[in-house]
Design a protein around this ligand. Structure first.
Ligand code: GDP
Ligand code: MN
Length: 399
């Protein structure tokens, strides 16, 4: 589950990671109130107005603005709230901004220069270990640092039994070129960050930039936090942070119906039971010259009602030109799935305008075939073999 910056920072703070402080607001008036309150709490003279959407690169897209007076806070907040913010990480039309974070200005002048670093904590799937990835090149697009100056990116792998060792935290601070108090602060920062990552059951922390302030404090200016969905049952307070306005509406509906559905860009809808079969069905569609419009695993207990629900969800995507149903009846009975197809036609009537290529193999496949053959008015193309199903998808797409 993805979180907003302000939520990620809340989680980091709760584990003692120092962050740029802020208050969230959903109107220009509330933004001004937030700015006043923040100044009382922190003594900040300026404020940063930051769009809260589930995407990075907001600064370059005009979603992060410094305000030097309360009038400017009002003006900038009212410009940003409600805008469609376009960044390299949003869909082309952008994402609507519903709220802004009013944050303290942490780039104030002082005894030394400020520096921006990059730091993330994530799982290295190749070694099965967590790692801290960090760089002196903070505040920039890390993908281009990786492409042009990969030697400026360091990684520190962590033994899961031992956890982050003190020498490793010191190594990070050393490689970032820090000394004196900033060095000590960085050691504390890294240690708290790793603890937070483990305790929060996160699958990604990405802090870009981590800032060394002009008075040698180390803090998180930005926070991309992803929590492992499979661990959310342990964190009801994080689950309550879910913002479904940021999610694909079709996926939200599918989740509520208990279906494993991921919306994709293609033109062939798929309804499959089992994640493995769903993956190979998507390969099959590609080989047939199509592009999958979705990943959908109806699960091992698909009955007529679930199948009908799945049809409704697939058909919400207007790009779908045909649907490939590929079910292997193990525990699932094929005749129940066939009944679902028949019911969907009965109940949805004209809404199903695209042909359905239907492959039902395994338990009760004979009964399923009979049911389909006996029912009038279905736009169904039956297939027995896997390849045959692919060929039929190809034929439909050619028309
Ligand atoms: P992103 O563009 O979505 O990654 O958003 P960030 O939270 O990283 O902010 C973008 C940029 O805004 C940062 O890299 C900083 O340069 C700038 N910024 C963030 N906070 C402050 C601040 O307190 N003061 C000033 N002057 N600039 C800031
Ligand atoms: Mn950032």
């Amino acid at each position: 589950m993805n979180l907003h910056e302000f939520q990620g920072k809340e989680i980091l703070s709760s584990f003692g990671v120092r962050t740029q402080r802020g208050i969230v607001a959903d109107s220009a008036e509330k933004a001004v109130e937030a700015a006043k309150l923040l100044s009382e709490q922190t003594g900040t003279k300026f404020w940063v107005v930051k769009a809260q959407i589930h995407a990075g690169g907001r600064g370059k897209g005009g979603g992060v603005k410094l305000a030097k007076s309360l009038e400017e806070v009002k003006e900038k907040a009212s410009n940003i709230i409600g805008m469609m913010l376009i960044t390299p990480q949003t869909p082309p039309q952008g994402k609507k901004v519903n709220q802004v974070l009013i944050a303290e200005d942490v780039y104030y002048p002082g005894a030394s220069e400020t520096s921006e670093f990059y730091m993330s904590v994530l799982l290295n799937r190749a070694t099965g270990k967590n790692m801290i990835m960090y760089s002196t090149e903070g505040g920039m697009d890390i993908e281009s640092v990786a492409a042009h100056t990969p030697h400026l990116i360091f990684t520190e792998e962590i033994d899961s039994m031992l956890g982050l060792m003190p020498f490793q935290a010191r190594k990070v601070a050393f490689n970032l070129g820090l000394s004196g108090n900033a060095f000590k602060e960085m050691v504390k920062f890294v240690t708290a960050l790793y603890t937070a990552y483990i305790k929060a059951d996160a699958s990604l922390f990405e802090i870009n930039p981590v800032l060394k302030t002009s008075d040698d404090m180390i803090l998180a200016v930005d926070a991309k936090v992803v929590i492992d969905d499979n661990a959310l049952f342990r964190h009801p307070d994080y689950l309550a942070m879910r913002d479904i306005r940021e999610e694909n509406p079709i996926e939200v509906e599918a989740k509520a119906a208990g279906l494993n559905y991921v919306n994709l860009d293609g033109n062939v809808g798929c309804m499959v039971n089992g994640a493995g079969l769903a993956m190979s069905t998507m390969d099959l569609i590609k080989q047939a010259g199509g592009e999958p419009a979705n990943f959908l695993d109806v699960g091992g207990t698909a009955d007529a009602e679930r199948v009908e629900k799945a049809f409704r969800i697939i058909l919400k995507d207007e790009k779908v030109e045909c649907i490939l149903v590929n079910i292997f009846g193990g525990i699932v009975r094929c005749d129940r799935v066939a009944q679902g197809v028949v019911d969907a036609y009965k109940n949805m009537g004209d809404a199903i305008k695209v042909p359905i290529i239907l492959r039902l193999e395994g338990t009760n496949s004979k009964e399923a075939k009979e049911l389909i053959e006996q029912t009038q008015g279905l736009n169904v193309i039956p297939a027995t073999e896997f390849q045959e199903a692919a060929d039929k998808v190809q034929q439909v797409l050619k028309k």
